[in-house]
Design a protein around this ligand. Structure first.
Ligand code: FE2
Ligand code: FE2
Length: 502
């Protein structure tokens, strides 16, 4: 074990800039919102230029910067609800709605509904769902936006951002004419930061899809309806000089957006804030599906238990805990049609699932000092015999932290209820996992996990390491009840992929 431990050579620097970590993690929010990679960062750049143009005071600019990067932090929490409403791929639906004027029923909104509701379902079922969606459109939109803005603002508060940033996220979808959600605020009742953010995200979407001329045309059309007319004037003036779009196509968006953080209020992330950010993003990840809403925290708790049993030093346990909290961040790319499918997945659906650790690596490796953490997190589906995914790593490449995470991940998935089966009793979990150790799973880690269950005070070990389970209230509408779970016979199956979608 000690040689495996020695593979960990670098750790996050003691000081990371807040902009570096939050802007990198915002790429995960783009994934689940169906937006092009970099959308949140581009919205932030556009919004900060608008803020400079209207001479927004420095304190407000600092709050705006992080509110823009985290504007979609609540987007995963309504994914399941949206999937249940439209009975189709909710990521595609979210991505395509961004350039529609959903406040008025016109040909393009009808076309949108036909393209995104109950696609692939039999004709009668599709018609029934379309009629339901049309009838409940306003009420459902209100609920979906409310879930998203409440969760988004609560995540910003959890990370320690000021109330003005949290409220800016809360009111992101309010419209100047009172036709927005969740509270139908109008005009200057809407926080100025939210008005800037809504305009900035719309500019970013249309600039990205149709180019600058169309982006300006759209905001002109919606001035006084969606947007504050004075802000639209400021945007047009900036667009006229070209300053509004500067750097949006850059290869290095992260350094472009980093340069726009207000100079006097650079946020430096200490260890405590780093933990808060990891916990907050674990909440974003787990909110995607009712079946995984405690998964990241559960994996972190199991991994910390194993590492503690193995006598690992506190610094390494911290690294493992953070990797565990973020290991499934790439899963935000997987639509709920797959995450909540009660039947076996098709090969093409498995291809989508197998990509999620790749996205985990893509997102986490953008953060300075996160090289080890991203490798550990992205290896959570690798197996010692090379049969895992996505890099098909084997025993030689898998460090002890990676082995710990793989064992903790399988354990938590088996011990939790899934769309395709009930939660398994502990004895069945051990039986299944022993069938895969030591061939695929590390036997020493598995023994340590079992031992951690029999040691009184394991929970307090997790608490000492900074773990806090985030409980979602039973009546949370973003986590609807599932259909009846499918039982599996645990006596004759191993941790085969369809038994463990982790
Ligand atoms: Fe997982
Ligand atoms: Fe996973």
């Amino acid at each position: 074990m000690s040689s495996l431990r020695a593979d960990i050579t670098s750790h996050p620097p003691t000081v990371i800039r807040g902009s570096e970590i939050i802007s990198a993690l915002s790429f995960a929010l783009d994934l689940t919102e169906g937006q092009a990679p970099g959308h949140s960062v581009q919205s932030c750049m556009t919004g900060m230029r608008l803020a400079a143009q209207i001479n927004l005071p420095p304190d407000a600019r600092a709050a705006l910067y992080y509110a823009l990067l985290l504007k979609d932090a609540g987007c995963s929490s309504n994914a399941s609800k949206l999937f249940h409403i439209i009975q189709a791929d909710e990521i595609r639906a979210k991505g395509d709605v961004k350039d529609k004027d959903w406040t008025r029923v016109a040909w393009d909104s009808v076309r949108y509904a036909v393209d995104h509701v109950a696609t692939g379902k039999p004709f009668l079922e599709r018609m029934r769902t379309l009629i339901q969606v049309a009838a409940n459109h306003r009420a459902d939109s209100h609920v979906l936006v409310k879930i998203r803005c409440e969760r988004g603002s609560s995540i910003a508060r959890r990370m320690g951002f000021p109330e003005s940033a949290a409220m800016a996220i809360h009111c992101l979808d309010e419209h100047w004419d009172g036709g927005g959600y969740p509270d139908g605020l109008r005009g200057e009742q809407i926080p100025l930061l939210s008005r800037i953010m809504n305009l900035a995200q719309t500019l970013a979407v249309f600039w990205n899809t149709y180019g600058p001329a169309t982006a300006i045309e759209v905001i002109e059309k919606r001035a006084g309806k969606w947007f504050d007319p004075d802000l639209v004037k400021a945007a047009k003036s900036l667009a006229h000089t070209g300053a509004l779009w500067s750097g949006l196509k850059s290869e290095n968006l992260l350094s472009e957006v980093g340069a726009l953080e207000p100079r006097d209020s650079h946020l430096l992330v200490n260890e405590e804030m780093l933990d808060n950010v990891c916990l907050a993003f674990a909440e974003v990840i787990d909110a995607k599906s009712p079946f995984t809403y405690r998964h990241s925290n559960g994996v972190a708790q199991a991994a910390v238990g194993i590492a503690g049993q193995l006598g690992m030093p506190a610094e390494e346990i911290n690294l493992i805990r953070r990797a565990a909290l973020l290991h499934d961040i790439g899963k935000l790319s997987v639509p709920n049609t797959i995450l909540e499918k009660p039947d076996k997945l098709t090969e093409s659906e498995w291809q989508v699932v197998r990509k999620h650790p790749y996205y985990t690596l893509e997102i986490l490796s953008r953060i300075p000092g996160f090289a080890d953490l991203s490798d550990i997190a992205a290896a959570h589906h690798e197996k010692l015999d090379g049969s895992g995914y996505f890099r098909h790593w084997g025993a030689e490449q898998l460090t002890m932290p990676a082995r710990i995470l793989a064992v903790a991940d399988v354990y938590d998935a088996l011990a939790a209820r899934r769309p395709y089966r009930d939660a398994l009793p502990l004895e069945a979990v051990w039986n299944l996992m022993h069938k895969d150790a030591p061939r695929a799973l590390d036997a020493e880690c598995l023994e340590a996990l079992e031992a951690s269950h029999s040691v009184p005070g394991t929970a307090s070990l997790a608490a000492l390491a900074g773990l806090h389970r985030i409980n979602v209230p039973a009546n949370d509408s973003s986590h609807p009840p599932s259909s009846a779970p499918v039982q599996i016979d645990s006596s004759d199956t191993t941790c085969a992929p369809d038994a463990v979608r982790t």
